[in-house]
Write a protein that binds this ligand. Sequence first.
Ligand code: SF4
Length: 215
Amino acid sequence: MKYKLEKPVHAVIGTEKYQCSIEWRNGKFIADEPLSGGGKDLGPDPYTLLLSSVASCVLVTLRMYIDRKNWDISSITVNVNMYQELVNDVLTTVIDRDLILNENVPDERKIKLQEIASHCPISKILESGVRVRTFVFKTGETKTIKYGNEEITVLWKPEFCQHSTRCWKQLPQVFKPSEKKWIDPNAAPAERIREQVNRCPSGALGFLQALAKDK
Ligand code: SF4
C-alpha cells in the first residue's frame, strides 16, 4: 500500500463558521460553505472542490493526449456539475461534463476525446469502489502506545501508521482496528507477532523483547 500523495492534504477548522484552512503540497487556500449553508462563501465548498478535481483531471488528461497526437486544439473548456436522484431507492450521483473545444474538430476526434475523458484518473476513482475510512487521534499524538504481556510488548506509533491494513489483514486475531485496545498480544504466539510487526511498511509497529506489563 502506498499513498498517492507524499504529503497528505492537511485541513483545519476552528469555530469560525465554516472556514477550513486547507494546506496542500505547495500552498494554502480557504474552503467554506455558501451563505445558504451558514458560511461566508470565502472559498469553494466541498462539492465545488470535488467537481474541480474532476474538471482539472479531465483537462490535463486531454491536453496530454492532444499534445501527444499533435492535434491543433488551442484550448479546451469544461463545465462540470452534478445531481443526485433515487434510482430503485438507491441514491445515485451523476456527474456531467460538457467539453467545449476552441476549434472545429472532426467527429471521429471528438469521439476519441470523449473516450479519453472517460479514462481520466479521477473519473476512474469515482467510478470504482471507493471506501472512505476515518481514524481519530488526539492533537499532537506522537506517543508510542504499548500493548504487552509477559512475552512481548508491541509498540505502536499512531502518527506513523499509514493504515496499510497489512497487519490486520494478515493477523486479524491480534490486530483489530475496530476495537479500542486494538492490539491483543495474547491472541497469537509472540514469534508470530514479531514476524508480523516486522512486515509493517511504515515503521509504526515495533516490539520490545524484554518482559513488560503495559496497557
Ligand atoms: S501498523 Fe503498520 S501494518 Fe498496521 S496498518 Fe499501520 S502501517 Fe499498516
